[in-house]
Design a binder for this molecule. Structure first.
Ligand SMILES: [Zn+2]
Length: 327
């Protein structure tokens, strides 16, 4: 195979893209920054294959904070986690088969004082003491009661005081606006239950709200898929910051880079550099997973629609196992 041209690769995949070969096998390919899946549930799938299949970092958006606290912070995939879902009494995901009491906290009081039963600060503090890098709030109006605005605002204010962003599961009419009004930093899913107008999108972009994509979870729900694609197309075109995320653990998803998630991003107007930016964003960490990169063997496809299948062959490799091509 003729060697790839690094300038062509960087022009298409972004300035941090390069070409090289595996020192051990001599296999040639594209070298990209380490990838993160920004929405997973580690309790709900077998994670051992993730790094070999290109995922070097994970963000667990709902699990048992005490079990998560026992994880090795230096592992690859590098874990970030929210700990428990903060929700209203009987609110989502209370009572779901996959949601034992250990992963749900009912917040009933906007109190910012420590140690108040059901208090906003109590719930946030508990997760952060367990090592949470984000706080997760459930605003699912289609599955029970949701926290009232003063409670959400107290959660956000307290988390921000402690330097931690807040991510919301926003589902149902009006929940996007409630999240935005309360200063929620990130949405766990591209909004999929209501079409947002240009003004809503502009507000989200101005507020620097982050959207975690999770488009592939709608593969059996065409109406949700169309709504999410429409919203993400507008958000991306308006300059919004999108992170690749799959909700891995929820339903039948490949453990590794999900080619269908990438195809859905391409359908929403993402070019190759934007896809890589969504995959390589280290959020909620400030810096990339140390010591590793992504290696994708072979030549990238000519057509963006084939990008998912090619990126799904990626693996996470130590940086020192890559030899750069001689100029
Ligand atoms: Zn989830």
């Amino acid at each position: 195979m003729t060697n790839l041209d690094p300038a062509v690769i960087a022009a298409r995949f972004g300035p941090r893209a390069d070409v090289g070969h595996l020192a051990l096998t001599g296999e040639h390919g594209v070298v990209l920054p380490a990838f993160t899946d920004h929405h997973v549930h580690l309790d709900l799938f077998a994670e051992h294959a993730l790094a070999a299949r290109g995922i070097a970092g994970v963000v667990d958006l709902g699990g048992d904070p005490y079990a998560l606290a026992r994880r090795d912070p230096h592992a690859v995939p590098r874990p970030a986690y929210a700990g428990a879902f903060l929700t209203a009494p009987a609110g989502y995901p209370t009572g779901r088969s996959w949601a034992p009491d250990a992963i749900v906290r009912h917040v009933t009081d906007p109190s910012r004082h420590p140690g108040v039963a059901g208090g906003a600060a109590t719930a946030v503090d508990e997760q952060i003491e367990c090592g949470a890098r984000v706080i997760k709030v459930a605003l699912n109006a289609e599955a029970g009661p949701t926290p009232e605005p003063p409670i959400i605002e107290a959660i956000v204010a307290h988390a921000h005081d402690r330097g931690v962003p807040v991510v919301a599961h926003a589902q149902g009419t009006g929940m996007f606006a409630r999240a935005l009004d309360a200063g929620i930093d990130a949405l766990a899913h591209t909004p999929f239950t209501e079409i947002l107008d240009e003004a809503d999108i502009a507000r989200a972009v101005t507020a620097e709200q982050i959207w975690i994509s999770t488009l592939d979870i709608h593969r059996d729900a065409p109406e949700h898929a169309r709504t999410a694609e429409t919203n993400l197309t507008r958000f991306h075109a308006a300059g919004g910051r999108t992170l690749y995320g799959t909700d891995l653990g929820n339903g039948d998803l490949p453990v590794g880079v999900d080619p269908r998630e990438i195809s859905a991003l391409v359908a929403a107007g993402f070019d190759a550099a934007a896809v890589v930016a969504a995959l390589a964003d280290p959020w909620p960490f400030p810096d990339a997973v140390p010591g590793v990169c992504t290696f994708v063997p072979g030549r990238p496809p000519g057509d963006e629609r084939d990008l998912g299948a090619w990126l799904a062959t990626a693996s996470t490799v130590p940086i020192d196992e890559i030899s750069r091509d001689e100029p």
